[in-house]
Design a protein around this ligand. Structure first.
Ligand code: LMR
Length: 402
């Protein structure tokens, strides 16, 4: 008798709301297609660049690498040191006092997942709160680690701005020990961040309620600058608030497929830190055993070398400046089209993303009629626009928005 397949009842899952758009984009034969779906920086030629500093670091690393043995469970030590320095600041007392620990992770997502698992194992029963809206994958990552995920108010679609009063009000009512996921800069998907004053107020709320901040720091350097973008994390750490920070170098080094991330946890003491690190290593071991080498070695090599480090900083500055320029162009062209909608907010927002504020039907028309791919929520990746495609994108937006 034939055995029934154990997989027969597995239902079809829907495509991923972001990466599924890329699949549809790749299948589109239109040579003028534009992928504004996924958050990936493209240069003026519409290419995801390999940075010059990365090309040189790869060359040097390949000439130097003399073994393919496993990395330690927590990854490349020099890389982890640089993660801490970039995230917490060169002079951070938390680093000097040995209160911060870092493990190398598979991108920012891997860092969120390891952190989520640590929380569900050692501080169970906490609800995780994410912004409304948040990155499409946040809920899935935390739920997969066993958390209940709720949402606090954040973006006001009418003003295209932060609703700080509602946000701080809701966070101020959370039960002690709740986990609050905060986007350190370049909020994904809205491009709207709290001001410095607002961060300081939030810090007080988080501290007085005894909440656990979990920072998602995927866009360092693409908002206002490397140090400027770290303001919130450093302000919370300075106030002595224990926290988790998931950082990613996917965007800042344009090394998306190398999965270069890190999870840093700032604790109260070196003793606490040692316990946390030991448990993080167990979690990594049970998930992926130990991380891949190449991307982290290349980044460590860049950051260890003053010339390559300076080259990286200048290439990062160029990416940031180009995104800003595209924001301005996009808003200005749309502004000159005589539409009865105001798109000027796009020039004020930061990082890769903004919402167009269009209904899903309009987003689908962009896809079907113009081969312009955005996320259903009408999130667009401004970093995928260039001077050649921006006019066509604006014409298409005009057609579907009016
Ligand atoms: C995005 O939001 O588009 C990026 O963070 C890529 C991803 O994995 O979703």
């Amino acid at each position: 008798m034939a055995t029934r397949s154990p997989f027969a009842e597995i239902p079809q899952a829907p495509p991923d709301p972001i990466l599924g758009i890329t699949e549809a984009f790749l299948a589109d034969p239109n040579p003028d297609k534009v992928n504004l779906g996924v958050g990936v920086y493209q240069n003026e030629e519409g290419k995801v660049p390999i940075l010059k500093c990365v090309t040189e670091a790869q060359r040097r690393w390949l000439a130097k690498e003399d073994s393919k043995g496993y990395l330690p469970i927590d990854g490349v030590k020099a890389y982890n040191r640089h993660v801490q320095r970039l995230v917490l600041g060169d002079d951070s007392p938390a680093i000097a006092e040995g209160r911060a620990v870092t493990v190398q992770t598979l991108g920012g997502t891997g860092a969120l997942r390891v952190g989520a698992e640590l929380l569900s194992r050692f501080v169970p029963g906490r609800t995780v709160w994410v912004s409304t809206p948040s990155w499409e994958n946040h809920r899935a990552v935390f739920e997969a680690a066993g958390h209940t995920v709720n949402q606090y108010p954040y973006y006001d679609p009418r003003s295209h701005d932060l609703d700080f009063v509602e946000m701080a009000g809701r966070i101020g009512q959370l039960a002690e020990g709740s986990v609050v996921l905060l986007h350190t800069c370049c909020h994904n998907p809205s491009g709207v961040d709290p001001s410095r004053d607002e961060w300081l107020k939030l810090r007080d709320v988080v501290q007085s309620r005894g909440l656990i901040p979990f920072f998602d720091f995927a866009y360092q350097g693409l908002g206002d600058g490397l140090d400027e973008d770290a303001f919130a994390v450093r302000a919370f750490v300075e106030a002595g608030i224990p926290c988790l920070i998931a950082n990613s170098f996917s965007k800042s080094f344009s090394m998306y497929r190398e999965r270069v991330g890190g999870l840093t946890i700032v604790t109260d003491s070196a003793k606490e830190a040692a316990g946390v690190l030991s448990q993080l290593k167990r979690l990594v071991r049970a998930n992926v055993s130990n991380p891949p080498s190449f991307g982290a070695q290349a980044i460590a090599l860049i950051l260890d070398d003053p010339e390559l480090d300076a080259l990286w900083r200048s290439e990062l500055d160029q990416m940031r400046a180009r995104i800003r320029k595209m924001r301005e162009m996009f808003a200005a062209i749309l502004g000159g089209m005589g539409l009865d909608r105001d798109f000027s907010f796009i020039a004020r927002q930061k990082g890769m993303f903004s919402f167009l504020g269009l209904p899903v039907e309009a987003v689908h028309r962009l896809r079907k009629e113009f081969s312009i791919y955005a996320v259903d929520s009408s999130r667009v990746c401004v970093a995928a626009m260039n001077e050649r495609n921006v006019h066509r994108i604006c014409e298409a937006v005009k057609a579907v928005a009016s």
